[in-house]
Design a protein around this ligand. Structure first.
Ligand SMILES: [Zn+2]
Length: 95
């Protein structure tokens, strides 16, 4: 019984999102693969190139909306930023 790992795109906002990297026998290999494909690691996890382009655009508008929380008046940071909240689950374990 072999477990396989693939790094999943945490963003999935691009219509042509790759969604998942290739499957490998180890987490390390799966991560090496996305690195070699130049996926971008964010605080949330890995983002495929397709989504990264789209993400940079939406990130800019969201920063404006949140005002960076520096005004000290409204510190409500919206959790709904269009990203999945999987902090640790960028790696999918497929049984
Ligand atoms: Zn993607």
């Amino acid at each position: 019984m072999r477990q396989q790992y693939a790094v999943e795109c945490v963003s999935k906002i691009a219509s042509d999102c790759i969604r998942k990297g290739e499957y490998f026998d180890s987490e390390e290999e799966a991560q090496d693969w996305v690195e070699s494909e130049c996926w971008v690691f964010s605080g949330e996890g890995w983002i495929c190139l397709k989504c990264h382009d789209a993400f940079m655009g939406s990130l800019t508008s969201h920063r404006k909306k949140q005002g960076n929380g520096l005004d000290g008046v409204d510190s409500n940071i919206e959790a709904d930023d269009g990203l999945d909240n999987d902090l640790e689950t960028g790696i999918d374990i497929v049984r």
